[in-house]
Structure formats: C-alpha cells, structure tokens
Design a binder for this molecule. Sequence first.
Ligand SMILES: Nc1ncnc2c1ncn2[C@@H]1O[C@H](COP(=O)(O)OP(=O)(O)OP(=O)(O)O)[C@@H](O)[C@H]1O
Length: 356
Amino acid sequence: MARIDLDLAHAYRPNPTQDSDYALLPLKMSFRDGGAYALLGPSGCGKTTMLNIISGLLVPSQGTVTFDGRDMTRATPQERNIAQVFQFPVIYDTMTVAENLAFPLRNRKVPADQIKKRVGEIAEMLDMSGQLNQRAAGLAADAKQKISLGRGLVRSDVSAVLFDEPLTVIDPHLKWQLRRKLKQIHRELKLTLIYVTHDQVEALTFAEEVVVMTRGKAVQVGSADALFERPAHTFVGHFIGSPGMNFLSAQSANGTIEVAGTPLVPTRELPQGPLKIGIRPEYLRLSNAGAAGAVPAVAKQVQDVGTHVMLTVDAGGSLLKVRLHSDDRPPAVGDTVWVRVLDTHTCYYKDEELVA
Ligand SMILES: Nc1ncnc2c1ncn2[C@@H]1O[C@H](COP(=O)(O)OP(=O)(O)OP(=O)(O)O)[C@@H](O)[C@H]1O
C-alpha cells in the first residue's frame, strides 16, 4: 500500500489557455496509506480522468504523481502495482470462481497454500464460499461483478485498489449490501481504496473521505459529516443532501445582516458586503413571528413524504425547503410562517466559498 500524492493538471487538448480547456484544473491532493476515498461528482467533472492518472492509464499533461514520495508520473499500471475494478465484470468465463479469484495471485507466483487461504477469506467476505467451484460462465451479472471485486481485493501487496462505478450492474438491494460489505472489507484488509461514483449515497456509505468534484475541480475533501455540516462551497451544499442545502442572498453591513428584506443580528462575525447564507432543510425551523434570526415566508407546498412533512416556502422570492419536526404543525398553503434562518448550523458564503 502507498500514500499517493497528486500535484498536477490535465487537459486533453494541447496548449490549454482557459479553465474550460482542462479536464482537471491544477490541484494538489493526498490519499493516505490505507484510507477509503470516494471521488464524487456529476458526469464530466473529471473523476475518471483523475482515476486514470492514478492508475497510470493516463499521463497528466502537467505535474506529478508520487507513491510514497517516489515519482510515478510515467510508470505503467503494472509498475505502480495497482488493482482496478471496472463498471462491468472482467473475469474468465471458463474458469471457476476460485480460479478467477486466484488468478492475480498465481500471476505473482504466490505459494499455493497462501493462495488457497486468501481466496477462501475473500470468498467468505463476499458471501461466495458456496460458489467457489462453479464455473463463472453460468453466474448472474451481479455474481460476476462480485468476482471482479474479489479479484481487485485479493492481493494484499497492491499500492491501491481503484473502483470505477463498480456497482452499476448490481441490483439495488444487493448494491446496498455490497456497499456495506466493501466498508467492512476495508476495515479488515486496510487497503488504500479509491472509489469513483456519481451517487452520493454510495460515496457517503463507503468512504472515510469524499472528494467532491465539479468542472475539473476538487471543491472539498471531507467526511460525510463535514460535507453535510460545513460545505466548503455552495456546490457541495447543493449536491450533498436530499434535497440539498437552501441558499438565500444576504447583505452584511455594520453588525447586521439583511436576509429576504428583514434585518437580522448575526450570531457570528461576518465579512461586509453581499453574502449567501446556506441552511439545510433539516435545520431550518419554524419559529414565532419576529423571533431572533427568523424571517417571514409564505407556505407554497406541503408534502407528506411518509417519514416527515417537507414544506416549501417563499422567503422574499427565494424558495426554501423546510423539513418539519414531529412537533411542528404543518401550515396551509398561502399561510405566512416564520422560519429561523440564522442559527448555529447556518453557513455563510462569499463568492460561493464558505467564509463563516
Ligand atoms: N479521451 C478524452 N478526450 C477528450 N476529452 C475527454 C476524454 N475523456 C474525457 N474527456 C473530457 O474530460 C472531462 C472530464 O471527463 P471524465 O470522464 O474524467 O469525467 P467523469 O466525472 O468521470 O464523468 P463520467 O461520470 O461521465 O464518466 C469531460 O469534459 C470529458 O468530455
């Protein structure tokens, strides 16, 4: 296993001049030895480009990739000793499950008794012990993908295991099980794992640290908790959470902050000038008229989603989602309600970056 450091940028076209010419804008990032990471972001944000640069399938157009301080920028995937699991199964149909799992170890001339032991362990972790002697050809797509996962995880001497959307072909129920399984496997095997996905649930369940990417930029690297509580960029606020964070324009001057036409007293020291405040639907509370930190709003939609009621309100022209608590009385559409927009969970943004 290895610590992986990136200090690079990548453009697929020659002579990049503007930001949009880059698939990856200049970035510096470290992946800790033994850490579990997810690269999360919408289609086209640069996840696969970053993964291919780490694996050695792609040489960055500028900068370096180092493994434990050694320059690996131009090293092949074999020289980097990387295992990869792709979206679709890469296995040998004519071999049995056990032979497939053993293949990466046989290639490395690992002694037979060690192979047997390791294959047994991996099969057990993936609930495949009963299928070891079956031919891969007869198995369903998700069983085949489990073999691919197993082949990625079977060697304990790899620098890292890279996964590119590995659960795409798996049915939803099994997907849920496998996500948990991978997390458990990570705890047991302590391999460095880097996992690409555009699915936030997948990223947040699997990874200790999630790298959130948008338009060639890694905008935040953090735990699920940090991404939820303190999004470093408004994009992270929007992208993480269901629904995402609410944003309201605000104006800060001389110790007051005007939000949706209402002057409020901030509980924190804030920079002067135009700001955005961000507050999650889970933290936005209904309050009494005129309460500290609250603004008036008009109820636009009241939606019972089973576990809770989701209220949509219009506060000075901005629509906000409020997740009602069990003791809140849902208003009727058209009612004026007061919502507390300033509290300890409120985040403040200037030019889309978190400032307080
Ligand atoms: N071989 C290539 N040649 C030219 N441009 C490319 C190439 N591969 C990717 N790109 C561009 O680079 C940008 C980043 O693509 P990348 O595949 O890394 O994104 P992604 O986040 O993995 O997206 P997806 O989830 O759709 O795979 C996109 O604008 C894409 O069109």
